[in-house]
Design a protein around this ligand. Structure first.
Ligand code: NAD
Length: 504
């Protein structure tokens, strides 16, 4: 079989593809075949400053365009996303590995943020009071902040960038996106669609790169706001460095999401939900459930048995194959190895590996980065496989004696992104939702990702900064408020007018 052609992926700056001659590059793979399919440019500090300069230059004209007209660009962008949905989803599957139906879902969840951004004239209305004092009126209005930067992870190459730039741009800002170097094609496609939608050059720029580009964005005075989504150590670095350089910063980090299963839950339904939540997208979701906490020994035995019976039949394969696999490969060979190493660590730590997917073979894909689903029972909170984020198809079962112990386990973890409880008991569900320390809670909903018109974000070490992503918080993050208080002296009121008054 001949090697596939390797596509060059460059930058999109000021409305044009910009190529780095002789600069650093990184390989991009198709994880299902293991073949290198692309070579992505890694921006130098100079190239990063060029992208910032383009965004800074485009800002005055873009902020002067009315919100209504900015919304019209978003309406066109939304229609183009719909028209191009199959092409976009296929590109995600080729570089990320998630199955095609899941990739489609990702684009749609991003598109919903664009729909929210289409309402920007309403979202920017602010507040108005007449007579805050005698003949004194006061109102608040929201202004764009300037050049915004977004730094995004590999696991949602379309959706996570679309948590950020549609709202930032609709608010009147300009944007530099630094996507993951592991799957950089999709953001370049989004840049082209935005241009087709009528967005002026320089308003949205894609800068491919790694730490050098990120650190330049974090320290350049012209960048006003930084949004980050990725792992916790980098999130902390981005938040503290950005803030130290006078920028507003929001940084969403890693997760270890727990699902508590109460004795009265529908165990078969909970097992079905867990299969999708733990193994969908090969566990490479920040909202994946990686820990199940059944309450009581009988619940645990039934849940583990129900999962085991399903695991044998889970279809793993190339996400573009016509047999519609349910789970694809991991993103890179190195990441697959890291996850496999964690499975070995779990065995060494004494957890019971009741389903081992390490030896999986996908016919015709012997070089793909596949790892079958793994299930550990009798995991304890001291184990590394419990404490650390694995970000792969590995589900740990931590048994709890009662509701209080289950809640204490969840609250004892350093991360607090999302969590779920499966129960038929309204009291248990309500108590859990109120007492649990996490930013997003599902009640009989395994992956409670808020819709675009709510905001997304975790608690504790899953998020740094005040505001959450997308929804109303994003409008606050990408604007600065001005409050005006006005008193007018008595004017001259004697000129008579005999024509129908019109707005001057
Ligand atoms: P990552 O932290 O390795 O990379 C994220 C971004 O940071 C990428 O653009 C990368 O190029 C850049 N980066 C990497 N190392 C850097 C460094 N040393 N200095 C500066 N920038 C650097 O994360 P990833 O592996 O791409 O994505 C997976 C992680 O993202 C998981 O931890 C997952 O939980 C998290 N995630 C969180 C959310 C959320 O909403 N909380 C959503 C999606 C993913």
């Amino acid at each position: 079989m001949s090697a596939p052609a390797i596509t060059e992926i460059n930058h999109y700056i000021n409305g044009a593809i910009v190529r780095d001659e002789g600069g650093r590059r990184a390989p991009v793979y198709n994880p299902a075949t293991g073949e290198q399919t692309g070579s992505v440019a890694l921006a130098s500090a100079d190239r990063t400053r060029e992208a910032i300069a383009a965004a800074a230059e485009a800002f005055p004209a873009w902020q002067a365009i009315t919100p209504l007209r900015r919304a019209r660009v978003m309406f066109k962008f939304k229609a183009l996303l719909e028209d191009n949905l199959p092409r976009l989803a296929e590109a995600i599957t080729r570089e990320h590995g998630k199955v095609y139906s899941d990739a489609r879902g990702e684009v749609i969840r991003g598109l919903e943020v664009v729909e929210f951004a289409c309402g920007i004239p309403h979202l920017l209305k602010g507040g108005h009071s007449i007579d805050v004092g005698t003949d004194v009126d006061s109102w608040s209005q929201q202004h764009p902040v300037g050049v915004c930067a977004g730094i995004t992870p590999f696991n949602f190459p379309a959706m996570v960038p679309m948590w950020m730039f549609p709202i930032a741009i609709a608010c009147g800002n300009t944007f530099v996106l630094k996507p993951s170097e592991k799957d950089p094609t999709l953001p370049m496609m989004l840049a082209e669609l935005l241009a087709e939608a009528g967005l002026p050059a320089g308003v949205f720029n894609v800068l491919n790169g790694d730490r050098e580009a990120v650190d330049t964005l974090l320290t350049d005075d012209r960048v006003a706001a930084i949004s980050f989504v990725g792992s916790t150590p980098i999130a902390e670095h981005v938040y503290s460095t950005g803030a130290a350089h006078g920028k507003r910063a929001q940084a969403l980090g890693g997760a270890k999401n727990h699902m508590v299963v109460m004795p009265d839950a529908d165990i078969e339904g909970a097992a079905d939900a867990l299969m999708g939540a733990a193994y969908g997208s090969a566990g490479e979701r920040c909202m994946a459930i990686s820990v199940a906490v059944p309450v009581g020994e009988e619940t645990a035995d039934r849940l583990v048995a129900a999962l085991q019976s399903r695991l044998a039949g889970l279809r793993v394969g190339n996400g573009l194959d016509s047999n519609e696999p349910e789970m694809g490969p991991l993103v890179t060979h190195e990441h697959r190895q890291k996850v496999a190493d964690y499975v070995e660590i779990g065995v060494q730590e004494g957890a019971a590996l009741v389903h081992d997917g390490r030896a999986i073979e996908v016919p015709g894909h012997s070089h793909g980065f596949f790892l079958g689903p793994c299930l550990f029972d009798r995991v304890t909170p001291e184990m590394r496989i419990y404490r650390e984020e694995i970000f792969g198809p590995v589900l740990s079962v931590v048994r709890a004696a009662d509701f209080d112990e289950a809640a204490a386990i969840v609250n004892g973890h350093e991360f607090g992104n999302g969590t779920a409880i499966f129960t038929r008991d309204g009291d248990a569900a309500r108590t859990y939702a109120q007492a649990i320390e996490a930013g997003m809670v599902g009640i009989n909903v395994p992956i409670p990702v808020p819709m675009a018109f709510y905001s997304f974000g975790g608690w504790k070490r899953s998020r740094f900064g005040v505001l959450h992503a997308h929804g109303p918080d994003a409008v606050r993050f990408y604007t600065r408020m001005k409050t005006i208080t006005a008193r007018w002296p008595r004017g001259v009121r004697s000129d008579n007018q005999f024509v129908m008054p019109t707005m001057q």
